[in-house]
Design a protein around this ligand. Structure first.
Ligand SMILES: *Cc1c(COP(=O)(O)O)cnc(C)c1O
Length: 376
């Protein structure tokens, strides 16, 4: 059994993928070829925003919007400690300071009430650790759609507006999800997603995309993506990066877009099968009314994780732990002076959660078998 079955997906789309890759090999426009622009149009339409700017990875998709607002030394960016390292790494890379806000223990996403408290505290000179000083200015928020479930943007968007903060949606896992029909990738001032192979919409290498309705912001991000270019590539008006998406990867994603909605629907089905069969003390994922998860992961919770995971392994069921260590306790972030107990809800979740196999090609028998093994 596979944790995420990319082989079964490939069997389904093989002819289309090969035809599209062949077309790129024939026309030879490997950098910013026509497939890149076609994909950007398709993705913007899909999400329902004006601009999609593809880029080299989900990490660059977070970095570019921060660079576009000149976020750097002295700036505070509020974010969650329970996420992949990239979310906070880009903040640190620019010399800005992440300020970690604890999670809602039901959704595992940033808690909007705690977020507003943290913002008000900073404005009043009250800080989570001795690292933070009054020379630092709150500038932005990065909210994460963890495991595929959009963060609570209904609460977060007004908080960002009220306090004049730039809001970035990290939809690397959320792409394909929605709130009341509004798609992940459309929340905040700008959103980032990843096409890493194991994400809900993956390519065959690294890739990412940025979404926004803001024309000016989109122009700046397009420039930074290609070495800060101005009117042409040898006119450079700002410091940028080499952050383009390969044409070959764009061709692969175009083929996967054809089946994407069907795949999200099938993952929804697998989640329902798990939910209906799991019994006992295991805590199932919580999805509030109006929310749709992209089910990047199906994550359950127990205070007996080590035993359960090893017994599942014995019967051939693969599991994974996202994430065993919260970001505020990572060695690289020791400089921010958080300690064990600083963010208890995120820390407790990191010790209790694990994820079950989740992909569109799991059968009813397999899902019921996994859920039954856990229940037993
Ligand atoms: C995967 C991921 C990223 C980074 O994406 P890459 O394409 O691997 O650079 C960022 N944030 C979250 C929440 C992710 O899951």
């Amino acid at each position: 059994m596979e944790f995420i079955d990319l082989k079964a997906q490939y069997e389904r789309i093989k002819d289309d993928v090969r035809r599209r890759i062949d077309a790129v090999l024939e026309h030879g426009k490997f950098i910013m070829g026509p497939e890149v622009y076609e994909l950007e149009e398709r993705l913007a339409d899909y999400v329902g925003v004006k601009h999609c700017i593809t880029c080299a990875s989900g990490t660059d998709a977070l970095l570019l919007p921060l660079m576009a607002k000149n976020i750097g030394p002295g700036d505070i960016v509020f974010t969650t400690p329970f996420t992949f390292i990239a979310t906070a790494e880009v903040i640190a890379l620019l010399g800005a300071t992440p300020l970690f806000v604890d999670i809602d223990p039901h959704t595992y996403n940033i808690d909007p009430k705690k977020l507003e408290e943290a913002i008000i505290n900073v404005k009043n000179g009250i800080y989570p650790t001795t690292y933070y000083t009054e020379d630092m200015t709150p500038k932005a928020i990065i909210a994460v759609d963890l495991f595929g479930l959009p963060a609570d943007y209904t609460a977060i968007e007004p908080i960002a507006k009220k306090h004049g903060l730039y809001l970035i949606e990290d939809a690397a896992q959320g792409f394909g999800g929605s709130i009341d029909g509004k798609k992940a990738g459309s929340f905040g001032d700008v959103a980032a997603t990843s096409f890493f192979p194991a994400k809900p919409l993956g390519c065959y290498g690294d890739g990412g995309a940025i979404f926004t309705d803001d024309d000016g912001l989109a122009d700046i991000i397009r420039s930074i993506r290609i070495h800060g270019k101005g009117t042409d590539k040898y006119d450079n008006v700002r410091v940028g990066i080499n952050g383009r998406l390969d044409t070959l990867q764009a061709a692969v994603i175009l083929a996967k877009m054809v089946i994407f909605d069907d795949e999200v629907e099938k993952r929804q089905q697998v989640a329902s099968w798990y939910g209906e069969t799991l019994r006992g003390t295991i805590k199932k994922p919580f999805v509030a009314d109006g929310y749709r998860s992209a089910w990047a992961q199906y994550t359950v919770r127990t205070d007996n994780r080590a035993i359960l995971v090893s017994k599942l392994k014995d019967v051939g069921i693969p599991t994974a732990i996202y994430y065993p260590k919260t970001l505020h306790l990572q060695t690289t972030f020791e400089r921010y002076r958080y300690v064990a107990g600083s963010l208890p809800l995120g820390e407790e979740a990191s010790m209790q959660v694990f994820s079950l196999p989740m992909h569109s090609y799991l059968t009813l028998d397999q899902a019921e078998g996994i859920a039954q093994a856990i229940t037993d």
